[in-house]
Each structure stands twice: as structure tokens, then as C-alpha cells.
Design a protein around this ligand. Sequence first.
Ligand SMILES: Nc1ncnc2c1ncn2[C@@H]1O[C@H](COP(=O)(O)OP(=O)(O)OP(=O)(O)O)[C@@H](O)[C@H]1O
Length: 714
Amino acid sequence: MDPEFDTDSESDLQSDSESDVMDSESNMQSDCDGPADPDTNILWLYGPAGAGKSAIMQTLASQLRDAGRLGGAFFFKCGHATRGNAKTLFATIAYQLALAVPWLRTSISRIVENDPSIVVRSIAIQIQTLISDPCRSHANENCDPIIILIDGLDECEGHEVQEEILYAIHHSSKHPIPLRFIVASRPEAHIREVFESPVYSGNYCSFNVEQSFDDVCKYLRDEFSRIHREHRTMTNISLPWPPPDVLEQLVENSSGHFIYASTIIKFIDDKNYRPTERLAVVQDPNNSASESAFDTLDQLYMTILSSAPRQSQLIPILRNSVNTEEPPFCARCDVPSEDKDNDEIFSHHASFVDFLNNPDRSGSLCVGILNNRISLARYLLQFVAGPLQRTNIYTLSNLIHFIVSLPPSGGVAELFPLIGSVNTDYIFDPFPYTFYREKYDDLASVISWLKKNPSAPADVIQLWEDYAFMLSINMPWFAESTASVKHNVSPSPELLRTLVSMGLLRYQLWELPTKLDLTWTDLMCSLRPQFNADARVLPVHQPQTALPWVTRDLALQLIRKMVKNHVDTNGGVNLSACREAVMLSNAEVFLHGIESAYSISQYWLGRDISYLVRLSPPCPVLYRELQSIPPSGIWLSEPSGYTLIHHVSKWLESFPNSTMELITFWQQAMPEHGCYHTSTPNADYEESHWRDCVGYYNDTIVKLHLPDSFKFIL
Ligand SMILES: Nc1ncnc2c1ncn2[C@@H]1O[C@H](COP(=O)(O)OP(=O)(O)OP(=O)(O)O)[C@@H](O)[C@H]1O
């Protein structure tokens, strides 16, 4: 049995950099995560790739050996014939223990002599028989514990084996033994899980090998001055070299990790080149020669990325997380997170982003190449074709910016059907857009991008033009700027209903489905009646004749809704049965509970009904429906009662044989102790407010460049 100890790399550490490693190590003694239990036998040293864990372990090995405290050390190395797996782990450590600790020598040798097959037995049996049992007989002796180092546990073949090693170490320490284990690894999920399991909890210490900008700076300064001293071509280069700002930039590029610093030093230190030229290459990551400058680093990245279990999802996730501009979806690609409050992906190392963006360095993994960008766009578009999930999106706007940044080419054609399938809830969702204007510009940019692609289907372009038109109804005051998208929509009763809802009643676009009980598909079809076999396209001059009937139908719809709310809530008792009130009370923080939300929503319905009735033709059906509103519902929110009385009276006056019975009936139902009894209902206010709303509607028609036949004539 040969000791599996990496003496070569160990001797590398007897260099200038050793003091830095010692710094980290002495920090380690004072900075262990969490309370250090004096009875704990296990220390877990963890940190990302290239953080310097192995360097620390090698220095520790050297110092402990000098102090006569090293029991054994095993350095795992991925893919290595003997150091890549755990078959000989504890047999090797036992051999090292027998050599290093005189009082263990005889007992360990005797065990192996009696049963040579022990060295091929299971991990648990090896540690128990070869290490734990011999040590236990000396447990009560008053000697300093012996240290065993296991480095790169994550590089040992098989997650289960890695976990088995940890459980075996823990089990071996159940009875007091004069041994301590230091295990170093990357903080991979399965390893962390073992340490966080109930078996381990409280039975280990941990130390995070975090980034250290100061250590890296010191290392770089020392190494550059050595290179300056040793390279013959440097005699004429004045000190300090490199200048402080360059050194500072390099320290920043390192993200405080040694892997970057040691990689560039090896590159610059090449005796075949001028260090100044090599430094210039390092400073420009887009320089094609930088490929070789970061060779070691890139190999590390390649190895890590190619071992990712789900390669097909890798590129979209990487592309999303390292997008140098705004990430389309805030790097949230359904990535399971250990830390629920922080599930964003971020690059541990600044150089990783350079690597992924440079095709010479990352090859097919390069996130910048068009195919990978298209596959990310496909992935995200598929996501927004599904149900609206506000918690998972950053903004649709970022996705749109990303899509329109793709150059027009045959490759993007696969995205067109997906662009046509974006869930309309995402398109019209008011959150997190603050300004409709921005949203409109986003829609316009998609339309102009589609038009630059000759193979973009006309129906997808038209659909997005319709979205833009819908949005422009919502913001007629931006009419000039919204003219960028053409909207030769067909006039239909359904379109008139939409215009009246948004122009006269001032409904927001996103509210329409709830307020009018329709789907986005119904709404979009209203713009293109030819898609809907039942819809009638109005001759251009006819909207005006159709308009009063549209307002009547809308009034009927809202009256039925008001009555239904009354019935569903059992006359205002069971308020949670009213969907609108529940939504309103959830959305509006200034409303105090569901009572005021219900009262407000019924008030708005009453007000909307009264404005619509006023603009309807004399119609017995409408009169009958008005009678069906329970008077207590009208006076539930008092202003609504006054508003209805005012406008319905005016409407009734237009009847050939006008009758005010309904009005009298409503007046008689007025509650005696309402707050409005103290003030006189203000007819002037009602009249001027209604006229303002009609005026706003008519202005909307003008601003949208629709024919005058769409307007109300008072
Ligand atoms: N204190 C230091 N001084 C000088 N060089 C260092 C120091 N720490 C680490 N390095 C160098 O940085 C590189 C990465 O270090 P190391 O291999 O120890 O990282 P690691 O955390 O073990 O990484 P991995 O998880 O990938 O094994 C090596 O080339 C090492 O020589």
C-alpha cells in the first residue's frame, strides 16, 4: 500500500503564496460558521471551485506533519485511477496512521495481517475496523488529537459514495476517539444535505472559504514583482508594474478567488513571451489570444458544465442568468433553490460571464451564439404561453427587448407561432408596467421586428397590431405616439362595446374580462369579426345607429350583474360571494375590508348603469330590468341611488308616454338615516360629470382617428 498523498502539489505550496494560505487558515481557526462544539470531531471546509480549499488543505497537511499531528491525508482527484474513488480511502489513511502514530502501528498491522481482505471491504467496515477500533483503546489517554484530512470529497466518484463516507466518519466518531477529521469540498447540494441532516446537526463545524480580495491583491502584487525581477525583458519597465489601476482591475476580475489570479500569473510568467504583452492580452477578454490566457480556467468551467445533469436546460439557464444586459426573466428558470429567499442565479466569478460570451473560449456552450439565444427565446415564449404567474416573471418587457435583439434570419422563424401564442394575460397585465406608454412601445417594437422578417406570418403581425390598438384605446391621450401602429379594424357592435367600456365608463383594459364577463379571445375577436361567424360587421356609417343599442345591451348586462351580486350575497350579507368585491378588497389597500369593497363595486355598477341608460333608446325591456334591481341594492351605496334617479329620470323623459313610477318607487325605498340625507343631491354635478364622460368618449374616437359615426350625439 502506497500512501496516496500529493507530495508534488504540496511542495508547490512552499512558496511566496504560503503566507496567504496561512492567513486563511488562521482565520479559519477563529471564524468557523456557527458555535464551535469542543466535542465535535468533524470540520467541513467548503467553497466554490477554485476558491483555494485544496491549497489550504495542503498547507495544513504540511504544518500538521511538522507538528507531529497529521494522522493522514487523502486528496481526491476526479477521474484518477486510485484517487478518483473511495475504494482505498480508509485503507490508505489507516496505513498513513500506522506510519505516523507509533501507538497505532502494532494494532493496525495486526488487523491487516489477520484479515488482508479488510482493505477491499465496505467503507463503513474499513473505517470501523482499521481506524475507529484501534483508536478507541487510546481514547482516554491524555494526548492531542490526531488530524485526518480528506480533500475534494465532491471529486470522489458517485454522490452516494460521498454521502456514505460522511455517514461512516460520523458513525466512527460515536464513541470517543482521539481523531479529528477535516473534510473539504464544494458546497454541493447532496453534501450539504448530509451535513444538515438530523444525524449530523450539531455534530460538526464548518468553514466557508470565501472570496478574499485582500489576499488575492497581495498574491498578485508579490507575483508581479517576482516576474519583474526574473524576466530579462522587464529591465526597462518602470515600477510599479503593473500600474495600481491595472492591478486593482485584475483583483476585481478575480472576484476574490485564487483560481483566476493563479491562472493569469502562469500565463504572464511564460519565459517565451514579454510579460507586458501577455498582460495586455489578459486585460482584453475579447482578444482571440485570451483563449490561451484562460486555458486552465476554461478547462475547469468546461468540466463543471459538461457534468451538469440536464444539458438541454443548461444553455437557456446560463443564457438567462449571464445576459449582460437585462436578463429576460430575472434568471428565474424554475431553478430549485436551497435558499428560498434567494433563488436567483448569479455568477460566482466575473470571468465566467466572459467565458460564456466568448465563442472561442466556450464553444458550443457560448451563450452569445444565435442558436443558443433562439433556444432561450423559445423556452421563455413557451413559458409566457402558459397561465400568468406574476411571482415568476421579472417583466415581459425584458423578454420583448431580448426577442427584438435577435437579428432577422431564417433561424427565428420557429419563434413566430410562439409569439402568436403569448397568453393575453401577460400582454395586458398592468404589473409591473408603470406606464402604458412603455408597454405600447414594446408592442410596437415586436410588430416592427416581425415586419423586418419576411417570413413572419401576417396573422401574427395582425394579432400584435390588435394588441397595440387595444392598448391605444386605453391611452387615447398618447394618440400621436400610438399612431405608429396601423389599426384598420372592422367596426362591429363588439368593438363599440369595448370603446364604450373604456371611453365612457373608463374601464382599464386589464379589467374588461372581469367587468364584462368575457375572455380575451372574445375581446380580440371583436376587432376582427370575420374570425367570428356570428358577429356582424357594421357598415362604416352605421355605428351611430348601432351605438344606442350597444349601450342598452351593456346596461342590461350590468343590471343583471348588480342583481346577481345582490342575490349571491344574500342581500349584502355574505359578501365573499361577490367575486368583484373580493378582488377589489384584495387589490385596494385603502379600502377597509370587504364591506367597503362591496359597497364601492355596487356603487360603480349603479353609476355605470345610469350613464348607459341615459344613452339608450326608449326600451321597455330595459325598463323592466331596471325594475328588477332590489331597491335596497340601489341604496346600499347612497350616491348610486341619487345617480340612478337623476339619469333614469332624464331617460324616462324621452319616452313617448313617460312615467315616473319607478323613480317614486326608488325614492320611497331611500333609507332614513343615510349620510346623504344631510346634503341635497347635486343634479348639476351629476349632469356635468356625465357630460364629461361622454365628451371623453367622443375625444377618444377623434384621437383614435375613428369615423365620426362612432361618436355620441347629445
Ligand atoms: N493562497 C493562495 N495563494 C496562491 N495561489 C493559490 C492560493 N489558493 C489557491 N491558489 C491557487 O488557485 C488555484 C485554485 O485553488 P484550489 O485548487 O486550492 O481551489 P479549490 O477550492 O480546491 O478548487 P476546486 O473546488 O476546483 O478543487 C490553484 O491553482 C491554486 O494553486
